[in-house]
Write a protein that binds this ligand. Structure first.
Ligand code: SF4
Length: 413
């Protein structure tokens, strides 16, 4: 491991050159995309509902819902990687089978046409190993023990939730890239219709692994970067040299044509206008598609600690989110994803409604931060697991979002 760290540091010890942006700015291309997306929406709605009135209704509801949840119109900022379009980290690239599966799930929740409710995203922790000791780690209590899930177990769980209807699976850890052979096998055995992402510290993500992952069908990587200042990022991650590892990993991922994002846990000490602006400058320079904002919560290693952001800091983050995604002067910057923004307005989508988390023991949790084991996903069917999750009290930090069926009643009233 030390050798790898040294090698990574040597590779990354260079001035970062401005990388090409993936954001599309051609009005004609955006117009074409809008037309294609509308046609795709109509095709999927008609395929399952076979009723033009219901199809028109469902399309309008979903478009309105998007604006309410994200606080911005559909396609306000779009990127293109390897021929597919991306506008939200939580949504599969378009066009794809996964994107159609995602729409079918949304439609099914409003006007049920099949038994399985389906998920939006499944988060899976695939290893207890990690070379870092991040101050916010939510897997901390389960780390550094013997692995409980074999590669066959991981494949079994993956297939179970693909059959249930899951258009996006995010593989995390521990550090998932320490189990890259298991990821290769999962990707080899995955069925069509799901986008796969890896959430990583950047460890072991180099030209070779990135290209192999891409060849096996990986969609993208979300690399954690918690400060634009190398020393601060390293301190947060508990290991010197990790900033350079991130820089190098992002370059390798982009070179391999993977969709690439960086994820920040903005701490109370870091969150001010100057720092977030500098962070976005670095994100632009790196040419990443997404910046994911993941607010600190008193869970895992942060449990019992006074780490929640102040109100003025949340306001800064929300302003950045809205401005950078919509104002013309920021059109070249990456797309910001900010889960806290949506959750404060529409409630939490965890607990098996839109997503849930399977830890490194195979146990189901409402989400990575609301950690309380509900049942083991190897022993229980997907349907039973989701039903059990939905009987829990929901998120510890946000109200639960209204189920789609309830929303529909409100909309149709
Ligand atoms: S947060 Fe992730 S990278 Fe950091 S110690 Fe925990 S598992 Fe490792």
């Amino acid at each position: 491991m030390e050798d790898m760290l040294k090698e990574k540091q040597e590779i990354a010890n260079f001035e970062i050159m401005e990388q090409p942006s993936t954001i599309i700015n051609s009005p004609f291309e955006r117009f074409k995309l809008k037309v294609r997306l509308s046609v795709d929406f109509i095709y999927v709605a008609m395929k399952y509902l076979k009723n033009p009135v219901k199809a028109a209704k469902v399309i309008k509801i979903l478009k309105d819902k998007y604006t309410t949840v994200y606080g911005e119109p559909l396609l306000s900022k779009v990127s293109k990687v390897d021929g597919r379009y991306y506008w939200k980290y939580s949504m599969p690239g378009f066009p794809s089978l996964a994107a159609q599966e995602s729409r079918a799930t949304q439609i099914n929740r409003l006007f049920p046409f099949r038994k399985s409710k389906g998920l939006g995203i499944l988060l899976m922790g695939i290893t207890k190993k990690c070379p870092l000791s991040c101050e916010h780690c939510y897997e901390w209590d389960r780390m550094h023990a013997k692995e409980k899930l074999s590669t066959d177990d991981l494949v079994h769980i993956m297939h179970k939730y693909q059959d249930y209807g899951t258009p996006q699976i995010q593989l995390g850890g521990g550090e998932p890239m320490l189990r890259v052979d298991a990821i290769y096998e999962m990707l080899d055995k995955a069925k069509k219709g799901t986008d796969f992402w890896i959430t990583t510290s950047g460890w072991n993500l180099n030209d070779e692994t990135a290209q192999k992952l891409k060849a096996k069908g990986l969609t993208g990587v979300m690399v954690s970067l918690d400060s634009h200042i190398p020393e601060e990022h390293d301190a947060f991650r508990g290991r010197k040299g990790t900033f350079e590892i991130v820089m190098s990993a992002v370059m390798s991922a982009k070179k391999a044509n993977l969709v690439t994002g960086i994820c920040i846990c903005p701490t109370r000490a870091y969150t001010n206008e100057e720092n977030i602006k500098a962070y976005m400058e670095l994100a632009k320079k790196l040419g990443v598609t997404f910046v994911q904002v993941f607010e600190p919560k008193p869970a895992g290693r942060y449990a019992g600690k006074d780490i929640l952001l102040e109100k003025w800091q949340l306001e800064i983050l929300e302003k950045f989110y809205l401005d950078y995604n919509q104002l013309p002067e920021y059109k070249e910057y990456p797309i910001i994803n900010y889960i806290g923004y949506h959750q404060r307005r529409t409630g939490c989508f965890g607990s098996g409604d839109f997503y849930f988390y399977i830890d490194t023991d195979g146990d189901a949790h409402k989400c990575p931060l609301c950690s309380s084991k509900i049942c083991n996903t190897l022993a229980f069917s997907a349907e039973d697991t989701i039903n059990l999750l939905q009987q829990t009290q929901g998120c510890n930090y946000f109200a639960q979002s209204a189920p789609y069926a309830e929303e529909l009643e409100i909309i149709l009233d």
